[in-house]
Design a protein around this ligand. Structure first.
Ligand SMILES: [Zn+2]
Length: 374
């Protein structure tokens, strides 16, 4: 069986003490400052010249910037995470120019905070984590271990919007690919459910998610009613943030399990064009939430497919998008219209009865990974 070496992320909760929190918040603050400084430098440079600054040039500029008398505090933290922050800015611009992401934005203190540190600057002692310039040892809850032959390359320490701290280790690990199979499926992302497959399976949205989302909407309304800058608004923000990370956790867990199962069971998986899909109305979720959760699910399928030797195929953006939902998967007849509330229909030409979503998934399979052969 073929083995490959891949970068894998291992994420754990950490419990910093007071002094460690202070040091971490200083580190996050510097990382955020440097990112925002880099972003405004890029913007100004672009306005003047119509060109970008490379992260290499920005890094050199930063060295001088840190010597300015009122910026000496930037020297109190590790240098590496500041440089990585500029590298992340570079990536954000690349993703923007290649139309994979929105324009980079300034980072706010109330958002997720993070800092990336390479392996030279941390170590594990007595099952606890030591990071240079952070006092003492950090307590970690080890939920799982990487394999013995793995190499740890970097870690990202983060604080989420609800005030929890995490570390995520980037580990290079040998992965054994799965035995090849014949099964091929297409996947249609749902509105009333999470997805439908061409095999007729419908996976519902996770229950915890649907239930909490209702509560989340209520908390959002409460938040916007509070006066800006008031203590009550901050309290409402924290409440909203705590629930939002719970929803995200629940969804991440669900997506991981589902993507692993689909990759194990199938040799090839055909996906739809999300850009076209996101144009459609969504019943439970706002369009942006649905699009974000779909694209993160696709990303999981793609990298797991890559790890385990499976094919995950998306239609070429250059091709004209197909109205998968309106095509009969048996005879190819195209309906003029199929309103969202019609869940099943009968083809006027070949008289086959279709489930709306399963029929779409079959079309997606046929147009991406083909119908026959391996
Ligand atoms: Zn038909």
């Amino acid at each position: 069986m073929r083995t490959i070496t891949k970068a894998v992320g291992y994420r754990y909760r950490i419990y910093p003490n007071m002094a460690q929190r202070v040091a971490l918040s200083q580190l996050f603050g510097c990382v955020r400052y440097v990112y925002n400084w880099g972003l405004s430098r890029c913007k100004a440079h672009y306005r003047r010249t119509g060109k970008n600054i490379s992260s290499y040039d920005l890094s050199k500029e930063l060295t001088h910037h840190k010597r300015e008398p009122d910026k000496l505090w930037l020297n109190d933290v590790l240098r590496m995470p500041l440089r990585v922050s500029l590298f992340h800015l570079d990536e954000a611009y690349k993703n923007f120019f290649e139309k994979r992401a929105n324009k980079p934005k300034f980072k706010k203190k109330t958002n997720n905070q993070k800092a990336t540190i390479t392996y030279q600057y941390f170590s594990i002692k007595n099952n606890k984590l030591n990071i240079n310039k952070i006092p003492g040892l950090l307590k970690i809850r080890w939920s799982r271990y990487w394999s013995a032959n793995a190499q740890v390359k970097a870690l990202t320490v983060s604080k989420d919007v609800s005030g929890r701290y995490f570390v995520s280790f980037r580990v290079y690990e040998k992965i054994v690919q799965l035995q090849p199979l014949g099964a091929k499926i297409g996947i249609d992302m749902g509105s009333t459910h999470f997805l439908a497959t061409s095999e007729g399976e419908k996976v519902p949205n996770p229950r915890c998610f649907v239930k909490k989302l209702k509560k989340y909407r209520r908390l959002c309304r409460a938040f916007y009613r509070k006066k800006q800058g008031s203590k009550n608004r901050e309290k409402a923000r924290l409440k909203k943030a705590k629930l939002s990370v719970k929803i995200a956790d629940c969804h991440r867990d669900f997506q991981h399990k589902l993507s692993t199962r689909l990759i194990r069971e199938n040799q090839a998986i055909g996906l739809e064009n999300l850009y076209v899909k996101s144009m459609l109305q969504h019943r439970y979720l706002s369009k942006s939430i649905a699009a974000a959760s779909w694209s993160s699910f696709f990303a999981l399928l793609k990298y797991k497919g890559d790890w385990y030797g499976r094919h995950v195929v998306t239609p070429d953006n250059k091709d004209r998008p197909l109205p998968n939902i309106k095509i009969c998967s048996v005879c190819g007849y195209i309906l003029d219209d199929l309103p969202p509330h019609i869940r099943t229909w009968t083809c006027p030409k070949c008289k086959r009865h279709h489930d709306r979503d399963v029929n779409a998934a079959i079309n997606i399979r046929n147009h991406t990974v083909g119908e026959t052969g391996l």
